[in-house]
Design a protein around this ligand. Structure first.
Ligand SMILES: Cc1cc2nc3c(=O)[nH]c(=O)nc-3n(C[C@H](O)[C@H](O)[C@H](O)COP(=O)(O)OP(=O)(O)OC[C@H]3O[C@@H](n4cnc5c(N)ncnc54)[C@H](O)[C@@H]3O)c2cc1C
Length: 294
C-alpha cells in the first residue's frame, strides 16, 4: 500500500478500540481523516484499485469492531462546516456530515433553533445519525433532513431529496457504498431559552434511564413492533447478565456495557444468549441495531 497521507491525515495500525465508544477492537490497517471531496474520490479509487476494503466511520458510537482488527482502511469524513438560510419561521441548515451531534445542539442552542433537541445525549456525527436514522422520544433525524449530499464511487456527488420514503425506524435508504457528505436540516426558529430547556429535559431523561457514561454502542437490538427490546430483556431477568467483560446494563436492559476488558467475542456471545432466550420465551427474534465493522 502506498503512503495514504496524500489523501488526508493518516494514522497506521490504529486501534479500533480508540475509535469506537464500545472501546473494543484490534487495529485497522489505517485510519484516514478526509474533508475534501476530491481526496475522498482519489482515496476510494485507489483502495478499490488495489482491492483494499474500507469502512466509513463517524464517531463509532453504533458499531462493534472485531478483536482481530480490520484488514482495511477506516475513512473518517470530518467535514463539519455549515451555513444557513432563514425562511419565514424556519431555517435551512446546510452542514458537513462530520459535525458531531453535540456541536449541532450547541449551535441550535446559540441560535434558538428547535427541531433536533431529541438528539441530546446521542454521541454521534450527523453522517452516522442520518445513515442509521438515529432518534429518540418517537422522533428521528430523517424527519428533519430535507436533502443529503451523497458520494458514490462511480458518480459525481449529488444532492438527494429526502422525503418520507427514504427512512424508516433506524434505517435509511442509502446505497450500500454511499457516503453522506452533507445534510440539509430544516429547523424551526425559536427562542434560545426554550431550546436550552428542551435539550436539558431530553438529556436528563437519557441520563436517568441509560448508562451514558459507560462504554457501549447504545441500544444493541432494534425494538420489535409493539414492544421494546429493553422491556423483553428486562422481563427475561437478564439485567446484570455477564459474559467475559460484556454485561447487560442494570440501568437499561437494551444496552451492553464494556466493564473494562470486554472483547467483541464477549459482546457477540452475550447478544446470541439474549436472542436465544427471548426467542425461546416469546417467539420474537431480536435484530441487532448496531453495525459490525467487517
Ligand atoms: C450512550 C449512547 C446512547 C445512544 N443513544 C441513542 C439514541 O437515543 N438513539 C439512537 O438512534 N442511537 C443512539 N446511540 C447510537 C449512536 O450514537 C447513533 O446511532 C449515532 O447516530 C451513530 O452515529 P456515529 O457517527 O457514531 O456513527 P457510527 O457508529 O460511526 O456509524 C454507524 C453507521 O453509520 C455509517 N456511517 C457513519 N458515517 C457515515 C457517513 N458519513 N456516510 C455514510 N455512512 C456513514 C457507518 O458506516 C455505520 O454503518 C447511542 C449510543 C451511545 C453510545
Amino acid at each position: 500500500m502506498q503512503n495514504l497521507k496524500r489523501f488526508g491525515q493518516t494514522i497506521y495500525a490504529y486501534s479500533l478500540s480508540a475509535l469506537t465508544t464500545f472501546k473494543i477492537g484490534g487495529p485497522a490497517k489505517a485510519v484516514v481523516y478526509i474533508n475534501q471531496e476530491d481526496n475522498l474520490l482519489e482515496l476510494i479509487t485507489y483502495l478499490e484499485g488495489i482491492g483494499c476494503p474500507y469502512f466509513v466511520l463517524g464517531k463509532g458510537s453504533n458499531v462493534l469492531a472485531p478483536d482481530k482488527g480490520y484488514e482495511g482502511v477506516i475513512i473518517k469524513w470530518i467535514s463539519a462546516d455549515y451555513s444557513w438560510e432563514e425562511k419565514d419561521d424556519h431555517v435551512i441548515l446546510n452542514v458537513g456530515a462530520g459535525m458531531k451531534i453535540a456541536k449541532l445542539l450547541n449551535l441550535c442552542l446559540q441560535q434558538g433553533w428547535e427541531g433536533v433537541s431529541f438528539l441530546a445525549g446521542i454521541p454521534g456525527t450527523i453522517g452516522g445519525a442520518v445513515a442509521v436514522n438515529a432518534g429518540a422520544f418517537s422522533k428521528s433525524i430523517g424527519e428533519k433532513a430535507r436533502r443529503i449530499k451523497l458520494f458514490l464511487p462511480s458518480k459525481n456527488p449529488e444532492w438527494l431529496n429526502w422525503d418520507q420514503t427514504r427512512y424508516t425506524y433506524r434505517l435509511a435508504d442509502i446505497p450500500s457504498l454511499g457516503i453522506i457528505l452533507r445534510a440539509e436540516l430544516e429547523l424551526e426558529l425559536s427562542d434560545p431559552a426554550i431550546v436550552q430547556a428542551q435539550i436539558k429535559k431530553h438529556f436528563l431523561h437519557k441520563k436517568q434511564t441509560q448508562p451514558l457514561f459507560l462504554p457501549s454502542a447504545g441500544c444493541i437490538f432494534k425494538n420489535p413492533s409493539q414492544v421494546s427490546a429493553g422491556y423483553l430483556i428486562d422481563k427475561a431477568g437478564l439485567k446484570g447478565k455477564k459474559i467475559g467483560g460484556a454485561c447487560i446494563s442494570s440501568k437499561h436492559a437494551n444496552f451492553i456495557v464494556n466493564t473494562g476488558q470486554a472483547k467483541a467475542a464477549d459482546v457477540l456471545a452475550l447478544m446470541e444468549f439474549v436472542q436465544e432466550k427471548i426467542e425461546k420465551e416469546t417467539g420474537i427474534v431480536l435484530e441487532p441495531e448496531i453495525k459490525f465493522i467487517q
